[in-house]
Write a protein that binds this ligand. Sequence first.
Ligand SMILES: [Zn+2]
Length: 430
Amino acid sequence: MNDATSAVVPATMRDSMGGAFAAWTAPRGRAIPVAARAWQVCAHVANAGVIDTDEGIVLVDCGLPKDGEELLSLVRSVTSAPLHTLIYTHGHIDHAFGLGPFLAEGGRPPRIIAHRNVVERFRRYSRTAAYNAAANTRQSGGPGPGRPATWWPSRVDEFFWPDTTYEDSLTISVGGEQIILRHAMGETDDATWVWVPGRKLACVGDLWIDGFPNAGNPQKVQRYPEEWARNIRAIAAHEPHAVLAGHGMPLLGVEYIRERLTTMAAYLEYITEYTIGALNAGLDHNAIVTGFRAPSRFANLPYLRPIHDRPEFVVRNVIRRYGGWWNGRPADLLPPTTAEHARELVALAGGAGAFVVRARELAGSNLPLACQLAEWAVLGEPDSVEAHRCLIDVFTARLADETAYQARGIYRTAINASRGRLAELGAAEG
Ligand SMILES: [Zn+2]
């Protein structure tokens, strides 16, 4: 942590199911000065960059739809200059959808600049809106009382489309300030990092999120850890004095920044080399993933904590990229239905009860195996009260040890689904 972060570190928090998890050191509601006439403004989830010039503001990202009001008031707490240009670091929902309140101020609409793949992303978002809504609902723990399904844009007028796009790099001048945009594959294929040489300032979006990089998300499209490592090293080579983060605190100080960026790059390179080496050694997907061990020189660093994604998911992502989707088990190439498979296994064991007993035995020593058995029990006997109770218990135990938002959401969704099924069956949770 740098000095700027120490006052706002929330450390470990507890969620509604009692599990401990590490949270982003998100300094919500603050405008943090990072250079002359430049700030990182921090909304509920994501940050935005404010670069004030003699011609108006260059804004880097604009948050979630619900972040717009908060971002605008933070911007207005530091400058009254008109919004001149908006740059998207990428087209994710938490970075490119909060422009509405800025437009409502009136005046000339800003120019919107992005990498050309942002346009392709928006088209994809529209095409797969229902899937993305479902995936993001799962990621946040699933729908339930007081938890509506996640909104996802689908109509053309729900996007703030860029009016200027570029391929590799683009240099603009606003109020005499030179601003350089560079394409940087990494978390996404549409990412831009923004370099302001006159202020030694880099706005990198989600290329830096003050946690383990989001390079493996189990429900999302391909990520690019190798390119990410190269690009983050290129940013470090510019020797920025300040790096504005997509999430969490800004990084301040040349040496501090260099150490963090190059260490993160080294971790991504390590994971990629491990996975390609394991593919070349002929290991199957399960052996590659379960055989991965995070080296302590990376895993113990506070700025590489797996609070959103996990290294094992990046391993999966690299396997998908280079090794296809087949997991190495011939029976899984053209498999039976899951329901058929589960019913047969449970029947062979004499009923779901046998799975439940063994899952509970294993819960203290091997939670991954206990969760597998509880899941087969539920799939094999979907009306078994004891199977649902067992699933809730073992996944709740798993949740207590899990820090990554993406994994926690999927576990919570499973727990909520079993709770819902118990309610339908008229049974208490037990
Ligand atoms: Zn983000």
